[in-house]
Each structure stands twice: as C-alpha cells, then as structure tokens.
Design a binder for this molecule. Structure first.
Ligand code: AR6
Length: 181
C-alpha cells in the first residue's frame, strides 16, 4: 500500500476532544462499551450519559481493535465512533497490531457513515498503559497509510508531550498540519 494511498489532511492539536467540531469523534472505550473514566467518561458526560449508555448497550460490546458507532447526541460531532484499544502487556501480545486496527477500523466506520472529518484521542495511552511515544507512531503511520474517504484527521493530544510527539512525527512543527500527501 502506497504512503500516498489517501489524500487526508492530518493535524495534531491539544484540546478536550468533546469540544471538537468534526463529523465524528473517536472514543477510547472498553469492550463492554460500558462507559468509564478518562476520555470515555468525558465523552459520556458531554454527549449525555443516559442516552449514550442506552445506545452503547444496543451495540452488544466491541472487540479490541474493532470500532462501532453511535450518534453524538449533545456533542457538536454527529457521531461517536467507539473503539477498544489494547491493554499494554509489555509489547509481546500484538498490542501494536491491535492499536493500528483501532485507527483503521475507525476510519472504515467513518467511511460507512460518510464522515469527512474525524478526531482521535490517543487511544490506549491512559488507563490501558500503552507507551505514548510508540502509540503516537502507530497513530500517525496508520492514519497516513489507510485508504479512506475521510478528508481531515485530527490527532487530539491531552498533554504537551503527546502533542510534541505528534508534531515531530508529522514533521510540521509548530503548525501541526500535514497537507494532502
Ligand atoms: N480529550 C482528549 N483526550 C483525553 C481526554 C479528553 N477529554 N481525557 C483523557 N484524554 P484513557 P485508554 C486522553 O485512559 O488508555 C476508560 O475507563 C488521556 O490523557 O481515556 O484507551 C475506558 O472505559 C490519554 O492520553 O483511555 C476503558 O476502560 C488518552 O486520552 C479505558 O479507560 C487515553 O486515555 C481505556 O483506556
């Protein structure tokens, strides 16, 4: 697959993903889609916890590396794409493969929905313990090389170190923007 397989613009920024004005925001969920802490908790609170809990319950769970969508409810985003990252177990349990699958499958679901813009949190780098630098490399590599109809990908950092890593990987300090490849 060519590095030029898609014409996506990839940006990195530091923000609270619940405020993103994109077609779809990605949630770093758990396999029961039961809600939780971190970005999952923030998304549930901002979208409206009761409505989102009901919509998630109807999806019947989600395997690590897979992704499933609900409406965005009270978010500015029209959809929430719930993906389940790998729990870091030292690196020998296909964690990188599963994490790459989260980004790929989320883009595939975005394509099914017709979403043109999507914002990703740094999946698995919180409670699930995936090393942040390695996770950023997987994220950038995967969104750059996955064929998709999505035109804008925002990689949302919640801390300066993650933002710096994204910017370094995107090779565009300080703007954090990568125009069509
Ligand atoms: N906006 C953007 N990024 C955020 C936000 C926010 N509002 N809040 C946290 N982050 P985590 P995981 C960053 O723990 O590691 C949940 O309980 C955070 O700084 O949210 O995939 C689920 O239910 C970190 O860099 O997700 C699962 O049980 C990143 O989001 C479990 O945690 C991911 O951290 C999933 O763990």
């Amino acid at each position: 697959m060519s590095e030029r397989a898609n014409r996506v613009t990839v940006e990195a920024l530091r923000t609270d993903i619940t405020t993103e004005q994109v077609d779809a925001v990605v949630n770093a969920a758990n396999s029961r889609l039961a809600g939780g802490g971190g970005v999952d908790g923030a998304i549930h609170r901002a979208a409206g916890a009761a409505a989102l809990r009901r919509a998630c319950a109807a999806l019947g769970g989600c395997e690590p590396g897979d992704a499933k969508a609900t409406p965005g409810f009270a978010l500015a985003a029209r959809w929430i794409i719930h993906t389940v990252g790998p729990v870091w177990r030292g690196g020998g349990a296909d964690e990188e493969v599963v994490l790459a699958s989260c980004y790929r499958r989320s883009l595939a679901v975005a394509d099914e929905l017709g979403a043109a813009s999507i914002a990703f949190p740094a999946i698995s780098t919180g409670v699930y313990g995936f090393p942040p630098d390695l996770a950023a490399s997987v994220a950038v590599r995967t969104v750059r090389t996955t064929p998709t109809e999505v035109r804008l990908v925002r990689l949302v950092a919640f801390d300066d170190a993650t933002l710096s890593r994204y910017l370094e990987l995107l090779g565009s300090w300080p703007a954090g923007r990568q125009d069509p490849m």
